[in-house]
Every structure is written in structure tokens, then in C-alpha cells.
Design a protein around this ligand. Structure first.
Ligand code: PSV
Ligand code: MN
Length: 432
């Protein structure tokens, strides 16, 4: 029996007030879909089946290198973070899994597994952390100031490899089957590191991690153009990432964090290339305006999110074999993280639903006829469709809320936990 942290009656009461409006909107959309020859229920079913994992660190208030402004009732540890994740899933019904970050979320794996099961949650990919020092961790006494897996000192590299293997071991205990490796390694000045030698050192270390991977596990490597290193990054882009995945072997895949590219980079084309190479491992969804802004998915450029999903839907069967992991990676600096994550998971599903509406036969035809306007319109027609009633119906069918943020506000959950969780210094999530 799944524990519900928000009284389901509150959800039902909020739904009751919205039901008539929702029914009317859904019927109108079904009617217009009928004219377009689209079976709305089939779209609803696909949306229901689409889930995205929540990052444990996302439920704490984030921050910048200038400041962090903690919100009320922040989770003080991983167990409370799981409670907040459960609330997100109870209302939104799109986020049944949590992605853990070690050592931030270190706890007894058995206890974590039991807690998650009681809340109806499971665990997605594990994340290792060798981009910070861990003075309290006796297993990691050496500093990562000048890198980790690519460090000039073999002892630091060995420590970072050990940490990753330890995270895999931990992940086995919680039922995860993947590890995402993102390193902050790089340089701030030309000449600071040898670009070739540091990459060779990274590869050698990554191969040792790969060798320790259980049979049914996948290794995701995550590229990022800059930050914290500002001149060069060892795993800087999808080209290097693909090189790594190919060097490592069949269990290695590339993870695309949408925020890790230069402004205006065509991310959907990167996705397409990684699908072609059969090396697309998964996503960290978020949105960005300037750099790795970690803003809510779909909040800045929903069309780009749609175009990414357009590639995923276009890939069809190939994607079913690749099974890319869907995860969110955001930092909520000025919003209630629960609200941001509910909204983001909804926006990700929205982009997916819109991509399902693209008339693929017509699009192909327009492309083959070099009809640029009609091809573009074909995508725009799908993107312009307001699929809100489809998202609401998918949630409703799974016991969620028609308007999950409204139901969350009506529940008073934030005030309740604010009273139960006195603020502690640093009780939020990561700030990267
Ligand atoms: C780095 O910017 C990143 O995207 C990596 O995924 C980290 O694990 C995550 O953010 C959290 O800091
Ligand atoms: Mn990320």
C-alpha cells in the first residue's frame, strides 16, 4: 500500500471544482483530433506511459555562486527528499523514479529502498560526484581541485575511480542499473593542462570504471562545454562524448544535459546523431537562456524541447531499443522546488505529446518535395496544439490532479513540512 503524503481527498476536492471545465476542453480537443484523424485516447495512453526521473538534489533550494536563499521546509536529508519526490509523483503521476547523487544522498541502501517502495518510488541512474572535495569522507582524502578522472596525479585518479565503483555498488543496493558520470575536469588557462594527455588519462580511468560495471548496467557520460573550468573541459561536447562511449564499449552511452551546450546550438540535431550512432543514453532535462542555467524545462524555449522530442518520436523502434533515460536536472533558486518539478515534468510530457501529433507521412512528403514552408508548418501545427487536456486526462486516469500545482497549494504541504523541518544550515540540494 503506497503511503500518500497529501490527503487524496484534497486532490479529489480540487479535481471536483475543475472537472466540468476539463471535460469540456477534452471533448473539444477530441473533436478537433477527430477531424485531423488522430485518436486522442492513443495519445493519452502514450503520455501515461512516459515518465521522467526527478533529481534528489532538485527538491532542495538551489543557489548560485553568489548566494543561496533557502525556502521554508527544505528537506534535511535524503529521506525527506524522497517524501517531497513522492508528493510530486502523487499529484503529477509522471515521476515515479528518483536519481540519487552520492555522497550527497548517502544512507543505508536497504533503508532507502524500503522508504522508496513505501512511497511508490524507485531509483533511476546514480550520479557520482568527483567535482567537489569531500572532507568528511575518509575514502576521498585527496582534493579534486585540479581534476579527478583526468588528474595528473595517479593517486587522485585512483580515488575518483574507486568512488565511481563505490557508487555502482551503492546503486546495486537500491535497484539502480545505471551510473551517470559527469566530471568538472578541465582548465582555466591555455597551457594549464595538456589537452591530449588529460583526455588519455580520463579514458584510462573511465575504462577501469567500465570494467567494474555489472552485466545489466549502463554507463552514461555527460558532456558539458564549460564550468567550473572556463578555458577547456575534458568532456566538452557530444563529439568527445561519442568518442568515449565508443572507446568504452556497448554498455556506454552519451547523456545529453540540455543546458550543457553553447547558446543556439542545435541540440535536436545532436540527439539525432546520437540516435544514429545508437549511443543516446539519456537526458538531463532543463532549460537555459545563457549557459547552464538549470531553469525549469520548457520555461524558456518550449519549441526546442518539442524539437528534441520530435527526434525521439521520429526514431520509433530504434528508440525502443535504446531506452534512453529521462531525468530532470534543475536548480530551483526562486521557486518552490516541488512546484518547479511538477511543472517541468508536465512540460516534458507536453513536448512529447505535441511530438506525437506530427503528421509524419505528410512531413516526409513535404521534405521530399522540398516544400520548406509546408514542412515547417507541419511541425508548427503539432507544436501549436494545446495538449493540456491530454496531460490532465493522463494524470486523472492514474489518480493524480487535473491541476497539480493548484492541488499542491490547496494541500498546505509546504507549511506542514516547514513546521516539521526546522531550517538547518546547508539543508538544501546541490548548488551546481
Ligand atoms: C553539472 O552541471 C550537472 O549537470 C551534472 O549532471 C551534475 O551531476 C549535476 O549538474 C548536479 O550538480
Ligand atoms: Mn546534468
Amino acid at each position: 500500500m503506497t503511503e500518500k503524503l497529501i490527503d487524496q481527498e484534497v486532490v479529489e476536492a480540487d479535481n471536483a471544482g475543475r472537472r466540468a471545465g476539463f471535460e469540456a476542453d477534452f471533448a473539444a480537443l477530441a473533436e478537433s483530433f477527430g477531424r485531423r484523424g488522430i485518436a486522442i485516447d492513443a495519445v493519452v495512453e502514450k503520455v501515461r506511459a512516459f515518465t521522467v526521473a526527478v533529481p534528489s538534489w532538485g527538491v532542495g533550494t538551489g543557489g548560485t555562486r553568489f548566494a543561496r536563499f533557502p525556502g521554508p521546509g527544505e528537506p534535511r536529508g535524503i529521506m525527506e527528499k524522497l517524501d517531497d519526490c513522492a508528493v510530486i509523483h502523487q499529484l503529477g503521476r509522471a515521476t515515479p523514479a528518483v536519481s540519487l547523487h552520492i555522497p550527497w544522498d548517502r544512507a543505508d541502501p536497504g533503508a532507502l529502498r524500503d522508504k522508496a517502495a513505501s512511497l511508490g518510488l524507485s531509483f533511476d541512474a546514480m550520479n557520482s560526484n568527483t567535482f567537489q572535495d569531500h572532507p568528511d569522507d575518509p575514502e576521498q582524502p585527496l582534493s579534486y581541485k585540479f581534476g579527478s578522472l583526468s588528474h595528473a596525479d595517479p593517486a587522485v585518479r585512483a580515488q575518483a575511480v574507486e568512488h565511481n565503483l563505490d557508487v555502482v555498488e551503492f546503486g546495486k543496493g537500491v535497484g539502480s542499473t545505471a551510473i551517470t558520470v559527469w566530471i568538472g575536469d578541465g582548465s582555466n588557462f591555455p597551457g594549464q593542462v595538456d589537452l591530449s594527455r588529460s583526455f588519455e588519462r580520463y579514458l584510462e580511468a573511465a575504462k577501469t570504471i567500465y570494467a567494474g560495471l555489472p552485466e545489466d548496467w549502463r554507463l552514461f557520460t555527460e558532456h558539458k562545454m564549460f564550468e567550473p573550468a572556463f578555458y577547456s573541459t575534458v568532456v566538452q561536447d557530444w563529439g568527445t562524448n561519442l568518442l568515449i562511449a565508443r572507446e568504452l564499449g556497448e554498455k556506454a552511452f552519451c547523456l545529453v544535459d540540455l543546458g550543457h551546450h553553447a547558446p543556439n546550438v542545435n541540440i535536436e540535431q545532436i540527439v539525432s546523431r546520437l540516435i544514429f550512432a545508437k549511443k543516446l543514453g539519456g537526458f538531463h532535462f532543463n532549460d537555459a537562456r545563457y549557459g547552464d542555467d538549470d531553469l525549469d524545462a520548457g520555461s524558456i524555449d518550449p519549441f526546442r524541447l518539442f524539437l528534441v522530442f520530435n527526434e525521439l518520436v521520429e526514431a520509433g523502434d530504434v528508440l525502443e531499443r535504446l531506452r534512453p533515460a529521462h531525468m530532470i536536472d534543475q536548480s530551483h533558486n526562486v521557486t518552490d522546488p516541488i512546484e518547479s518539478l511538477i511543472r517541468s515534468s508536465g512540460e516534458i510530457r507536453r513536448a512529447y505529446a505535441q511530438a506525437l501529433l506530427v503528421d509524419r507521412a505528410a512531413l516526409r512528403n513535404h521534405q521530399d518535395e522540398n516544400d520548406a514552408i509546408m514542412a515547417s508548418e507541419c511541425l508548427k501545427q503539432a507544436f501549436r496544439t494545446d495538449v493540456t487536456p491530454i496531460l490532465a486526462r493522463a494524470r486523472l486516469l492514474d489518480g493524480g490532479a487535473i491541476d497539480p500545482i493548484a492541488a499542491y497549494r490547496a494541500s498546505g504541504y509546504r507549511n506542514k513540512v516547514a513546521a516539521e523541518r526546522p531550517a538547518t544550515k546547508g539543508s538544501g540540494g546541490g548548488i551546481v
